[in-house]
Design a protein around this ligand. Structure first.
Ligand SMILES: *Cc1c(COP(=O)(O)O)cnc(C)c1O
Length: 427
């Protein structure tokens, strides 16, 4: 597989290099030189999830790492169910939250961890990442126990929920966590300083595991095929996919799936009040506002980092951007959507509820809708309990960590101290 840098097309790299580099020159995104098209989609849809995913990812990666390795990576990464659950006659939720950290980010993080472990060879790598919540848990869990990789996750002390904190700070072994006495932006700045410091970058073989890594996106293509495979068992209607969006990695993966030949009629990009993309699709003007905090906080992004990839796919396939429908919901509309689903008998959470409501608003006759369930409702227990006046039980994954001790080091915002700490724990 060959990829080029969207900002500097002359920079061409292999999949292995793209995984290890993350970003190209001038922070440009890597984009595939060509998108494989699969024939015999019906036969593919009839396969079980893991066998089908091996074929899908093989179409991208077998030329570089071999089909046998692809099969191993998929076996190790995709170890949980992906049910499609009906909400009402026209809408069903593809539940992507049955992995170990209860969010769809498990798919990408687990596949990336397997890729990094394979591609690192004898080199010892350090994943250094900052989190405001969900990504830290998915990345820490995915890399836990892998021999060639050490992970350092930094997070703002006291600024994430206790449950979120427990999910990644109690693991130990190769997972090191640092509580920084400041906010998320300060954590991100420390990460950037580390990548800019050649002692640290080269001495510790730094890699960031953030969502722009191409291995994470490729993994996410697979569950769109699962969505269509399950829907086709009960319906012949044309399928519309509604994607709760923040950085737009998820939508990018969906567009790749369609480009590979998956019969999805069209996509809805659903956001909260951070609505840069819906406004852009409606008026053609890219005008990010200041990010505002919402109850669907994993989508509180006003400058989505994957957007150039969305445009690149549309350009490559000659799809007008207007074929993507933008929908933005404010907080009151999000609450109403969550309550409506609950009355229908489907317990959800704010991110998926936004995507579900967007389908209600936009579905036409002859169409059926799938919205992506990106997180387990219990991960947003504080909001869901209040809005629905219920007391959600904790799933076993969360129950298992609530009483474990937090193993984090505590640091002030001081790069010299961080550097000292990193060399202490990693050398
Ligand atoms: C990360 C996240 C999103 C946004 O996904 P993108 O790929 O960044 O658009 C939506 N919902 C939840 C629960 C998330 O954690």
């Amino acid at each position: 597989m060959e990829l080029y840098n969207l900002k500097h097309p002359s920079q061409v790299v292999s999949f292995s290099e793209a995984v290890k580099l993350g970003l190209g020159k001038d922070r440009g995104l890597f984009f595939p030189k060509s998108i494989p098209v699969l024939d015999n989609i019906d036969e593919l849809l009839a396969l079980p999830f893991v066998a089908r995913s091996q074929r899908i990812l093989g179409a991208w990666l077998a030329d570089e790492i071999g089909q046998d390795k692809v099969n191993e990576l998929v076996n190790a990464a995709f170890t949980f169910d992906v049910p499609l659950v009906k909400a009402d006659g026209k809408r069903a939720c593809l539940e992507l939250f049955h992995g170990p950290t209860l969010a769809f980010k498990d798919f990408g993080a687990r596949f990336m961890a397997q890729c990094v472990n394979l591609l690192a060879g004898d080199e010892k790598l350090t994943i250094l990442t900052a989190t405001s919540g969900d990504t830290g848990a998915a990345v820490a869990d995915a890399f836990f126990g892998l021999e060639s990789v050490q992970v350092v996750v930094m997070y703002p002390k006291g600024k994430i929920s206790e449950l979120q904190e427990k999910m990644f700070t109690t693991l130990g072994k190769n997972i090191h966590t640092v509580a920084v006495a400041s906010d998320f932006d300060a954590c991100q700045t420390l990460v950037k300083q580390a990548f800019d410091d050649s002692d640290v970058r080269d001495g510790l073989h730094l890699n960031s595991a953030n969502s722009i890594n191409i291995s994470r996106l490729l993994a996410q293509i697979c569950y769109y095929f699962e969505a269509v495979a399950q829907m086709k068992q009960t319906s012949n209607a044309e399928i519309v996919l509604s994607v709760p969006s923040g950085n737009f990695g998820n939508l990018t993966a969906g567009l790749f799936a369609k480009a590979m030949g998956l019969p999805i009629k069209r996509f809805i990009a659903a956001t909260n009040s951070n609505d840069t993309v819906p406004r852009y699709l409606a008026a053609g003007d890219w005008a990010p506002n200041t990010t505002v905090a919402t109850m669907s906080n994993a989508m509180d992004v006003s400058e989505p980092s994957n957007w150039p990839r969305v445009e690149a796919i549309c350009e490559a396939l000659n799809w007008p951007l207007s074929s993507i429908t933008g929908v933005a919901l404010n907080e009151a509309q999000t609450t109403a959507a969550l309550k409506e689903l609950y009355q229908l008998g489907y317990q959800s959470e704010p991110h998926a509820a936004i995507a579900a409501q967007a389908l209600s608003d936009e579905l036409k006759s002859g169409e059926t809708g799938i919205f992506l369930g990106t997180a387990h409702p219990a991960k947003f227990k504080d909001v869901v309990d209040v809005q629905l006046q219920i007391d959600l039980p904790l799933p076993q994954e969360l129950e298992a960590v609530v009483n474990k001790p937090i193993l984090s080091a505590e640091l002030s915002v001081d790069f010299t101290k961080l550097k000292e700490h990193l060399f202490n724990i990693l050398k």
